[in-house]
Every structure is written in C-alpha cells, then in structure tokens.
Design a protein around this ligand. Sequence first.
Ligand code: ARG
Length: 391
Amino acid sequence: MSEVVLAYSGGLDTSVCIPLLRERYGFDKVVTVLVDVGQPRSDIERGNLRAKQLADEHYTIDAREEFVKTCLFPLIKANGSYEGYVLGTAIARPLIASKAAQIAKQKGIKNLAHGCTGRGNDQLRFEAIFRATDCRVIAPMRDLDLAREWEIDYAREHGIEVPVTKDKPWSIDENIWSRSIEGGKLEDPYFEPPEEIYGWTKTPKSDKAPQIVEIGFEQGIPVSLDGVRMGGLELIETLNRIGGEHGVGRTDMVEDRVLGLKARENYEHPAATILLAAHKDLEHLVLSRAELKFKVMVDEAWSEMVYMGLVEDPLYSDLNAFVDQSQKRVNGSVKMKLYCGNAFSVGRQSPDALYAQDMVSFDSQTLSQKDAEGFAKYHGFQARLLKRKSI
Ligand code: ARG
C-alpha cells in the first residue's frame, strides 16, 4: 500500500491536496499532520474536522512551547528581521516540516507532501527539511499548476466548503509571532490596505492614552512583564493583545522573495515589534561598540538563513553559537511606551550595563577632561596629512 504524509494546515490548498494525492498520485492512504504554532483555535478545529472527513489518519501536534523556545527565543536574541519583516512564517516552516517528517519516520512512510505553490518561499523551507530525509517529496499545488477557480470547484466537488469569497480573498498565515496577509487587491503594491485585513491590531488612535510595559530579559530572552515572571508563550500572547490595542506592529512592505520575485506583504506583529525594540535597546546598554557593530552582521546573516529556511545548514548553528555567547550579559529590563501605533523605549537598566554615569555625566569629575586632548590631536589625523600635501 502506498502512503503519504501531508503537512496540513486545514486551509483550502492543503485540503484540496488530500483528494489530489489519491486521484492524481495514486496514494491509498493520506496521513495529515497539523502542527499548532499558535494559529487561531478556530483554524485548528476546522483543520481537525476537515481532516476527519477527508484524510485516512490525522495528527495534531501542539508545538507552541517548542516553537517559542527553539525558534522565537533564538530569533529575539538575533534581532531576527529580513528587510524589516519579523520572519513569522519563515521561522515556523522548518518546525512544521520536521514534525511531518517525524510522523513519516515513525510510521515508516516514504512520501512527504506539502501544499505550497511554486511562487513563494515556503516550498523551499519545507523541502530543505523534507529532502534531508530519504522520502520522496510531492508538491501537488506546484506540480499541477492549478488555477484558483479550478481548485474551488474541485474543493466543492469533494465536499470541502470554501470560505474564501470574492470580496475577501486574503491568504492569511498566522502563528504566535505574526499574522501575514497576502493576495487579492493587496497584490497591487499601490493599493492601500483596508482596515478589515487587520485581525490583531486596532487602528492607531492619537487620543488613546499611552501605556508603558516593562520587559525583563535574562541572557537575551524575555522573562517578565511589568516585574511578573512569565513563560515565553504567555508573554508573547499578552504583548500581542496589549500592543494590538495601541495598533503597534503593522508592516506594509515590498519583499524580495528567495526566487527573486518582489512581493507586496502585509503583516501584524505587536509582540515582535515590542520585544525586538526592547531587546535591541538593552543590547546597546550592555554590549561593547565592537560587539554591536559585528553583531549587526551576524544578525543579518542569521535572518537570511531563516528567511531561506536553511536552518539545517551548519552556518545556522555557528551563528547561533556566536549569538548565545553575546547574550550572556544581556540581562535587565526596558520600559516600552506604546502609543498610536508605535513602541519606543523610554528607559532601560541592567546589572551588566557598560554605561558609566560617573564618567559620562556633565557634572562628573571622575575623568580628567584634559586626558582626552592627546586623543583629539590624532583624531582625523590622515585627513590632515592629506591636506598638508595639497596645500
Ligand atoms: N512573505 C512571507 C514569507 O515568505 C509570508 C508568507 C505568508 N503566506 C501567506 N499565505 N500569507 O515568509
């Protein structure tokens, strides 16, 4: 009997994949794996229901804690951001793929499928993981190059209700870290996104009073909110809610996909915006100038690996080793002010601060200002050498 494991979201594309894997590829048994990385409960329930109706066997794996610990904490430490995108979808895909691959291994199944198209990044992220197994990889959406209309008709024929209507044709991908909205009229980069695309953030309003939240960090990881210790999952969920009230964390951008296509993307990510800004601010208090300068390059390389889904490349762990080492002194807290769609830091403290108030203060006598004179004499020295020549 030929069997296949499908990475399943419960959405239209992956649901259509189930009958397609039987009818077009001749599989007798389709096993679906739905990985919970914090998408809405209603999506999970719909997925479970549809899988029950369509698949031969179905697994739901709650990977939320693992997602936070093994993906989002490293992302925060590395200030993960690709062209200004907080990498929400990108960081979750390898975890989802590896859960599907694990089920295939446990069950001795040699075929792995995903529902990604041939236009986006997700096919690459899934397959970087899938192809490292000895399984055959099947991508029905990409192979069959199906038109949306055909897909909708096919879904209806197979009893899959189609929620996507003509006036709300958004393709949404959601996990704890971000909500991404694509498609329909948004594909025109000149078209201003309507308020209805936003699900996590309220319209920023200047008459709403600002709010301050204080984030505590240990070794670069957020551990508390307003002095109350909190697990990462709860902390992120809480900040998404509070930040969302202030309209914090909306991104509307044109993004360079791995294949080279430029895509118009809309995202919401209140907690990510707050945590990344707070983390960067704290780094500036505790890391040396040389560390900060070098780490920007490491962060950029790290983010690119994650965007491309290359987290099994040894460079990814090399970069994480550097990042982890750099975070040992990233302890302390940052006060963040949330106001009218913005999150900015308004105070920071750390037991490991390199900041020396006794030396930098206008009122200080600790350093003799005169000592700087010798330094100043040589500052810009080469420009003076050049000037002397051209006189
Ligand atoms: N452009 C982003 C990425 O490549 C997000 C894609 C999300 N997909 C979606 N259906 N909204 O990571």
